[in-house]
Ligand binder design. Structure first.
Ligand code: HEC
Ligand code: HEC
Ligand code: HEC
Ligand code: HEC
Length: 245
């Protein structure tokens, strides 16, 4: 099935229409809205828009997509449960949230990549932007979005992550003891801003990828790459995988 309809005009401009995704939750990347294969000639591969084997922009994740230079913060409110909302830079923060926002804040073209087919593309391979309800943190304002780059009160104790420590009222109750056992991904900040996958007592936090699997892998349970169910009231419902309410 041809996923992208690419029209070449006489002046060489390329228009690509992003079609409806056809992959089911958990079925892998192909056919999702993160499948950017077949855009250019020669055809880009499934990983090209995000990773490259050589000449990556950062060793971390072998990242191939131009990062946003925006600084992100929550304007209103400044705290939740006594925890101060963090801020983070799109191009220096090492958690994977900055990688998502390199496309999703809408400031960098979807196909603005660093390396492809033995060279630096002269222009974005796909020169359109994430828009509308799919934009997150436009202009750096994260207000209205669930916290990310934020400590998780693992073990009912204050954790420190991205320079922020859980406040007293966030510790009272209401958290799952082990979200990872429920399919949620947690991350560790070593205290110097180096972020790795998996939890560590006292140093655990959450990223966009705590709730979403960018690759639509086997732990994806529902639409929007969700690691839990979008609706319902069962223990698989995404919100109660961390919040024990
Ligand atoms: C739309 C962007 C995007 C595409 C396309 C993409 N990735 Fe990723 N990948 C990410 C992000 C963001 C992370 C870090 C978040 C995480 O760990 O889940 C990541 C993490 C990884 C990791 C390290 C963590 C892990 O899950 O093992 C590997 C390996 C990886 N990707 C391989 C691939 C391969 C191979 C492809 C193509 C078949 C691919 N990715 C396509 C964005 C992408
Ligand atoms: C290379 C650019 C790029 C990167 C990097 C990227 N996305 Fe996306 N993402 C897109 C585009 C384009 C869409 C489709 C937007 C639309 O339909 O308007 C999308 C759609 C989505 C959707 C909706 C999926 C659906 O089926 O409707 C989610 C959720 C999402 N992205 C989350 C993430 C997360 C989380 C990360 C980081 C781990 C990430 N994205 C990284 C470009 C990207
Ligand atoms: C606490 C869990 C959680 C975190 C963290 C999270 N999301 Fe989501 N996301 C969701 C849920 C749930 C939905 C479905 C919302 C709906 O449409 O009802 C969603 C939907 C989306 C969509 C589709 C558009 C929409 O609003 O429905 C995009 C794009 C997206 N998320 C990107 C991101 C990015 C980028 C990050 C990190 C900055 C992120 N998400 C962090 C839970 C989360
Ligand atoms: C990956 C774990 C995780 C998931 C899943 C999750 N949350 Fe959270 N949530 C957190 C953390 C961590 C905080 C901030 C803790 C703190 O204040 O120290 C938080 C804070 C909140 C807050 C307080 C915000 C404020 O500003 O006062 C609300 C409300 C909330 N979450 C709702 C939700 C909803 C609704 C969902 C489902 C869409 C959800 N959460 C899914 C981890 C999660």
């Amino acid at each position: 099935m041809k996923k992208f309809l690419v029209l070449l005009t006489g002046v060489g401009a390329t228009f690509a229409l992003l079609p409806m995704a056809w992959a089911a939750p958990g079925d892998g990347l192909a056919g999702t809205s993160h499948d950017f294969s077949g855009i250019s000639n020669p055809a880009t591969g499934l990983c090209t828009f995000c990773h490259t084997p050589h000449n990556a922009m950062s060793q971390e994740l072998l990242w191939n997509h131009t990062e946003t230079v925006t600084t992100f913060s929550w304007v209103d409110p400044a705290t939740t449960g006594g925890t101060t909302y963090p801020s983070f830079d799109g191009d220096t923060y090492k958690g994977s949230t900055s990688k998502c926002l390199s496309c999703h804040d809408g400031s960098v073209a979807i196909g603005d990549i660093g390396w492809w087919n033995g060279g630096v593309p002269g222009a974005p391979i796909l020169n359109s932007f994430v828009t509308g309800g799919y934009q997150v943190g436009a202009g750096g304002d994260m207000t209205g979005n669930h916290p990310v780059t934020m400590p998780f009160p693992l073990g009912g104790a204050a954790n420190t992550y991205n320079g922020v420590t859980n406040g007293a009222s966030s510790l009272i109750s209401g958290w799952q003891a082990d979200p990872e056992a429920l399919g949620i991904r947690l991350f560790t900040d070593d205290g110097s801003g180096n972020i790795t996958a998996g939890s560590t007592a006292g140093q655990t936090g959450i990223e966009c990828t705590s709730c979403h699997d960018v690759h639509n892998g086997p732990n994806t349970q529902d639409v929007f790459f969700l690691l839990g169910m979008l609706g319902g009231n069962t223990t698989d419902y995404i919100c109660v995988k961390c919040h024990d309410k």
